[in-house]
Design a binder for this molecule. Structure first.
Ligand code: SF4
Length: 420
């Protein structure tokens, strides 16, 4: 019996969740996965791959995972969790605190040593139909052949690195899904991301098997999608789950979204989101919201996105603003002080007007409002080290498509980025 309840660093995730990365490696969670060094390793120091373990629970034989659990139960931070430690030191709400609150009911089972895998976070490889400007070959296979052609010199990769992204096979392997299924009877939450999860037939088959086994009704599905496809079979699958939440990536309106996400057609994207709004009440949706990834290229698009969202009845009225920090040259903090100050004013003005509307649900949407606060704080912070600033001009000279689209959409911004 572990005395975990009183630990000030307790995080429920190492006990309750398995996170499988696009390349099949295990990490503690999506936050920890931002650093490849944090991949869980076997006792000889080699990363553990889902293809090689016998059973998801057999990760309990991973000595490092035992050590992490021990540290988190004894008021100590493992290295793999330093991001949460840093967030909390700055006074922010960390992923750890959010998940501990969400899964507070399971802390007793951790304490008594009877916990089960309740959460799966599956990154389904890098198969994607888009090649977003800020993305890379780890998340979209369409970047593999284009990377060195379009990226600044300092980010170029060698052939070996690029080849490793050509085929990320775990989600196409039947045996792996069988393994995942063995541990599915206690699941209450499944997160799917990619690549593009709505293109994964294997994920569809897995979810269908959960429906057939009677587990789906206990499970909340959370899917991060680009919503370029919305097929009847996905809708049918969703109708069997306890709840479904969709987080849709959107970085601008109209041709700006097409500029940010090469391969996307605005007309069909908009058609899909309008359809979701229309059928929302016929499905067990808990929420459908927009994720806006803030970067230098699209910081001016946040207000147009907020205005566009007011058209909908059920889609969340505010986007969740995520902050891009990599690649460093795309960071929004490169923008000039005067642009940044103006932007924060415009965001706040639009936010006040939406939040004061009669239909606005303050409690439900507080986490979205908080994301604006974080974004403003980020923009007010110091710009990253100057070494990367000139990378913008290299990218724009190499990436003719981005160059000409930006010229069309925002000439002033193009000239500014070229001058960095
Ligand atoms: S403490 Fe943070 S980084 Fe560590 S497992 Fe929990 S949520 Fe992930």
């Amino acid at each position: 019996m572990m005395n975990v309840k009183n630990s000030k660093t307790l995080c429920v995730l190492p006990w309750l969740m398995r996170y499988i990365h696009n390349d099949g490696r295990f990490y503690l969670c999506c936050i920890s996965a931002s650093d490849p060094d944090n991949a869980l390793k076997d006792d000889s120091g080699k990363p553990l791959f889902v293809q090689n373990v016998k059973h998801l629970n057999l990760l309990d034989d991973c000595q490092r995972l035992q050590t992490i659990k021990k540290l988190l139960s004894q008021n100590q931070w493992p290295d793999e969790c330093r991001k949460c430690r840093e967030h909390e030191a700055r006074g922010s709400l960390s992923h750890r605190l959010l998940k501990n609150k969400e899964f507070a009911k399971s802390i007793d089972s951790i304490e008594s040593g009877t916990s089960n895998i309740e959460i799966l976070d599956l990154r389904l490889g890098n198969f994607c139909n888009l090649r977003c400007v800020m993305c890379g070959p780890d998340a979209s296979h369409l970047w593999v052949d284009k990377w060195n052609q379009l990226q600044p010199k300092s980010l170029e990769m060698n052939k070996y690195q690029l080849d490793s992204f050509k085929f990320q096979p775990w989600p196409t392997q039947n045996e792996v899904w069988q393994k995942i299924k063995q541990d599915s009877q206690h699941l209450v939450s499944i997160e799917l991301a990619g690549g593009e999860p709505l293109l994964s037939n294997e994920a569809k088959s897995f979810l269908t098997s959960l429906i057939q086994d009677g587990h789906a009704q206990n499970i909340e599905l959370n899917i991060i999608t680009n919503l370029t496809v919305l097929t009847e079979d996905w809708l049918k699958i969703w109708s069997h789950f306890k709840r479904v939440s969709l987080r849709i990536s959107l970085d601008g309106v109209g041709e700006y979204q097409e500029l940010m996400r090469p391969g996307l057609r605005w007309e069909s994207f908009e058609k899909n989101i309008k359809k979701l709004d229309l059928i929302y009440l016929q499905f067990p949706f808990s929420e459908v919201n927009i994720n806006f990834t803030l970067q230098a290229l699209n910081a001016k698009q946040l207000v147009p996105v907020m205005k566009w969202l007011q058209e909908f009845e059920h889609i969340a009225p505010l986007p969740h603003v995520s902050i891009l920090s990599e690649p460093e040259y795309m960071d929004s903090r490169w923008l000039s002080e005067s642009i940044k100050t103006d932007l924060i004013k415009l965001w706040n003005r639009e936010l006040d007007s939406i939040v004061s509307g009669p239909q606005f649900d303050q409690i439900k949407n507080q986490w979205l409002i908080d994301s604006f606060e974080r974004a403003s704080g980020w923009l007010k912070g110091p710009a990253p080290k100057a070494a990367q600033a000139h990378a913008w001009s290299q990218r724009l000279l190499k990436d003719k498509e981005l160059h000409s689209q930006l010229k069309k959409c925002d000439l002033e911004l193009l000239l500014f980025l070229l001058s960095l």
